[in-house]
Design a protein around this ligand. Structure first.
Ligand code: LLP
Length: 435
């Protein structure tokens, strides 16, 4: 009954109540409070395995690195390690969580465009597989920091491939004007610096054209650009590209009428482009690395909110439902006009009423989680479940209005494990220093 390209694999409606991972949503809300983020372990593991299987079938060397920015907790990083994926991190603290979870350092890529010396030093000291470098300035700092090391630090260069992704402009990162990536013309200077630095070992090239992508063709084109640049690095500078990464970005539908991109087609498009262009440039096949974030965690996560009140129109119809969370735990509707699907977890089978808007509790007009959503007429105390809420929600959460951040649980086989405890007022006040 539930569309499973939107809801977790194990989500069902039983006697009108939402169940996830064999747990009753209302019981979870009662036990842990709301807002509550519920992650389905089966969906997470299957998504990770599906990526590995799709690339394995292409028969070339590959790596799948989960992009931690979409969501990172130690438990999630433990699942990543158990399933044999690598990890992409973008801060010293993400790296710390990865280490705590036991992710092998060799399988970590450390990205960033403005990292501190302390973060770079940590990455080098802990032996991350690759530091991905975005600017010549950072390359310079990394070269200084690694000079004289017996074991050279692996490094990849991130380039702006000049490919515009069809997505929200805030999450497009591949065009020449993007804040990310070295312009291709800077590669020569970068190559010279690397060749002159005994502490650095060139591993390959990286690009990420954007997020929430459904257009495979542009991803294939990104691989083509990277191969062309790899060929140039080889002929001009004698550098061999052992690894090539077109980043992450595969989209996730969040509405029932949207369709999920085909993972097999994605793997096939990237692999075919790599094979074809490497052959054309007589380059040996590098390892193909992808970095999915959203497509691993979005659908596994369901956000539960309690309906706190309503704003009625003059005719008595509901204009707004107010819930106990909002833009501080899910900034995406406000920031990218992201749309979501929701249901009433305690009365999922009741007939829907006219469309309503669901607004959050924060002091901001833009704090509207859903517009025009058809739900059974709701009352205070009802439980709202928002689908595909796993990615870029908790990881971007704030304590706006000094509201403590939500808890997260991992559900499987009727059991719920707390993976992130609810923030307390004491946590929030711990950083607050009176005069
Ligand atoms: N690799 C790199 C270098 C990235 O910058 C990103 C995302 C990824 C991988 C993972 O992309 P994914 O597979 O998750 O699309 N906050 C925005 C998304 C920002 C994405 C930033 N980079 C949102 O909520 O839509």
């Amino acid at each position: 009954m539930l569309p499973h390209h939107i809801w977790p694999d194990t989500a069902t409606i039983s006697a009108g109540r939402l169940q996830i991972g064999g747990c009753d949503a209302q019981a979870l809300a009662a036990a842990h409070g709301t807002p509550l983020y519920v992650f389905d372990e089966a969906t997470l593991r299957r998504a990770m395995r599906a990526y590995l299987a799709a690339f394995r079938r292409q028969g070339l060397p590959f790596g799948v690195h989960y992009a931690a920015k979409a969501l990172l907790t130690t438990a999630l990083a433990q699942l990543v390690a158990q399933e044999g994926l690598g990890l992409d991190v973008v801060s010293g603290t993400e790296l710390l969580v990865a280490r705590r979870a036991g992710v092998p350092m060799a399988q970590i890529h450390f990205h960033g465009n403005a990292r501190s010396d302390a973060e770079l030093e940590r990455a080098v000291a802990w032996g991350v597989g690759a530091v991905v470098v975005d600017t010549l300035d950072e390359l310079e700092r990394l070269a200084t920091l690694t000079a004289g090391r017996a074991q050279p630090q692996g490094l990849m260069l991130r380039v702006a491939p000049g490919i515009e992704a069809r997505t929200h402009r805030y999450i497009a990162t591949g065009d020449a004007d993007s804040k990310f990536g070295l312009p291709p013309e800077a590669l020569d200077a970068a190559a010279q610096r690397i060749r002159a630095s005994a502490g650095l070992r060139f591993l390959g090239l990286h690009a990420h054209i954007g997020s929430q992508l459904f257009d495979l063709e542009r991803l294939g084109a990104t691989v083509a650009v990277l191969v062309r640049l790899a060929a140039r690095l080889r002929t001009r500078h004698g550098l061999t590209t052992e690894e090539l990464s077109p980043g992450g970005g595969l989209g996730t539908p969040s509405l029932a009428e949207e369709t999920a991109p085909d993972l097999e087609a994605y793997a096939a498009t990237l692999s075919a482009s790599l094979r074809q262009h490497c052959a054309a440039h007589a380059l040996p096949l590098p390892r193909l690395t992808v970095e999915p974030g959203r497509s691993i965690v979005a659908r596994a996560g369901v956000a539960l909110y309690t309906v706190m009140g309503r704003k009625l129109a003059a005719d008595g119809s509901i204009r707004y439902l107010y819930v106990d969370g909002g833009m501080a735990d899910n900034l995406r509707p406000a920031l990218y006009h992201a749309r979501y699907t929701a249901l009433l977890a305690n009365r999922a089978s009741a007939p829907p009423g006219p469309p309503v808007a669901v607004a959050g509790r924060y002091c901001e007009s833009g704090d509207v989680l859903l517009r025009d959503v058809r739900l059974p007429p709701a009352h205070p105390g009802d439980l709202l479940a928002v689908a595909t809420a796993g990615a870029y929600t908790l990881s971007m959460a704030s304590t706006y209005n000094l509201v403590p951040r939500p808890a997260a649980v991992l559900v499987a086989a009727g059991r719920a494990r707390l993976i992130q405890r609810r923030e307390t007022e004491a946590d929030v006040l711990a950083r607050d220093v009176p005069l």
